[in-house]
Design a protein around this ligand. Structure first.
Ligand code: LLP
Length: 468
């Protein structure tokens, strides 16, 4: 045990080497070349830094496509009619990272797109995703967002409250149309991280409670409104979940509700959406994440079993993964600036390695205590390693990118650091804190790199300020 571990701190480990697989924090095309530098999709990260500057979000589009295809194929196979099931659709949860190029890439691979705001909806539509292949979520949708979704002919608006039923109906009636809706049900299954805790997780803002009867009441009301077509029941239990038991419990709950609705109203709700939330590895030390094939076969099995038990035909199934589609496909490239060795007492010290971004482009460490790793990207690393903390350039001591990682002890100003697994909820949760313009999103595919979203500039910041 190291002195740091004795002091109650986790060990600082080096980043795992890129393994060319789909299970680790690195995208599957990341490699170390003969000289020890990192490349993605055969493009050296140093060349990306040179051409596009740092910090930069780098998305491996070939890897993103491979993950998207794996989901589409796994769900098509597992939910086939041959298996006695009624098909399945995979909606990419755009909240993880949505640009026009990314929406096009996932749609080309057979995924649909789940949106949760008018902004995400507009990007999906601009990408050419058919309205019928888009869903709209949100616990507080504006009339403008609902109207935009109806006008785009979205395949489903996921109703999140009783009051929203009236608003969607009114906006549909104004247009003389009927609108496909799902009901988001809070099943009482709360899951997250490595744990599955079955608990009545009622005290939060999303969905309509199964336990209180609000979900059944929403369904009753929707069935009585001619302008609303009940196309599904929806459940989303949490995020970064590595254990599939919670999904099975939630599937059981919503399929049982569907059977109750059938008995009470004679209506067989055609679809059940089991949400997103599948976890990934951020540091390589986590449990191996479930593959799309394992997720699909596990869900297909529970859907068949429960429908047999409750005596209803199987519904069409959908899921909404975000993180597990785009998370490992992305990394953030930073340039090292100030380095400080800080004495911690008892002979221990920590090297603070500052990079040219921070909590404005990477909030998850500060917000959730999320663990990441980092590796030198521009050259080989010598054997020695020092416990380091990678920090940003913002005016907060909580501005931490990687809390603890072993970095080569010759890490120096001007080196490049790559932080893997930042594809999901990195760029999408970024801010302009301290008026730091956002980094670009650089896509790598077919051996080349191109900008998907350009870097913001100080002129962009001043352009929004009408006193400037
Ligand atoms: N569907 C619904 C209804 C959701 O609320 C979410 C995520 C997803 C799908 C996609 O979940 P995923 O497969 O990406 O886990 N900002 C947090 C994550 C918040 C997720 C919110 N909802 C983070 O950075 O970890």
């Amino acid at each position: 045990m190291s002195a740091a571990e004795r002091a109650g701190e986790p060990a600082a480990r080096p980043a795992p080497e890129p393994a060319g697989d789909m299970d680790g924090p690195w995208s599957s095309t990341v490699r170390r070349d003969g000289a020890g530098a990192l490349s993605v999709g055969s493009v050296p990260l140093a060349a990306i830094a040179e051409e596009f500057g740092t910090p930069a979000y780098v998305v491996d589009l070939d890897d993103l496509r491979a993950r998207s295809r794996a989901y589409a194929a796994a769900f098509e196979d597992a939910f086939s009619a041959e298996n006695g099931l009624a098909g399945a659709d995979v909606y990419y949860a755009g909240k993880a990272l949505l640009t026009v190029g990314i929406a096009r890439a996932v749609a080309e691979c057979g995924l649909r797109v789940d949106t949760s705001t008018g902004g995400e909806l507009a990007v999906a539509l601009r990408a050419g995703v058919p309205g019928a292949h888009i869903g709209l979520h949100g616990n507080n949708k504006s009339d403008a967002e609902i109207s935009a979704a109806i006008d785009a002919g979205v395949g489903r608006i996921v109703v999140d409250s009783l009051a929203e039923i009236d608003r969607v109906e009114m906006l549909a009636a104004e247009r003389g149309t009927s609108v496909p809706v799902m009901v988001r049900v809070t099943t009482g299954v709360h899951a997250g991280g490595h744990e599955f805790i079955a608990t009545a997780h009622e005290d939060q803002k999303f969905g309509l409670s199964l336990a209180s009867g609000a979900a059944a009441e929403a369904i009753r009301r929707i069935l009585a409104r001619p302008a609303l077509e009940l196309v599904g029941i929806h459940s989303h239990i949490g995020s970064q979940i590595l254990d599939l038991a919670g999904f099975e419990a939630a599937a059981r709950a919503v399929l049982t509700l569907r059977a109750d609705v059938h008995r009470e109203h004679g209506t067989l709700v055609p679809e059940v959406d089991l949400g997103g939330g599948y976890g990934i590895r951020y540091t390589g030390t986590e449990t191996v994440p479930p593959s799309p094939a394992l997720i699909a076969s596990t869900l297909a099995d529970v859907v068949s079993r429960v429908c047999t038990e409750v005596g209803t035909p199987v519904p069409r199934i959908s899921i909404e993964p975000g993180r597990s589609v785009v998370g490992p496909a992305g990394l953030t490239l930073y340039r090292v600036g100030t380095i400080k060795d800080v004495a911690l007492g008892e002979g221990r010290s920590r090297r603070y390695v500052s990079v040219d971004g921070g909590m404005s482009d990477h909030i998850r460490t500060a917000l959730y205590g999320a663990q990441y790793t980092a590796a030198l990207a521009n050259r080989a690393a010598p054997a020695g390693a020092v416990p380091a903390r990678v920090v940003g350039k913002h005016c907060e001591s909580g501005d931490i990118v990687v809390d603890h990682v072993a970095l080569p002890d010759d890490v120096a100003r001007g080196d490049l650091l790559a932080v893997p697994a930042t594809g999901a909820y990195g760029r999408s949760m970024s801010s302009q804190y301290n008026l730091v313009p956002r980094p670009p999103v650089v896509g790598v595919e077919g051996g080349g790199a191109r900008v998907l979203v350009r870097r913001e500039t100080v002129d962009d910041l001043l352009g929004l300020d009408l006193d400037a």
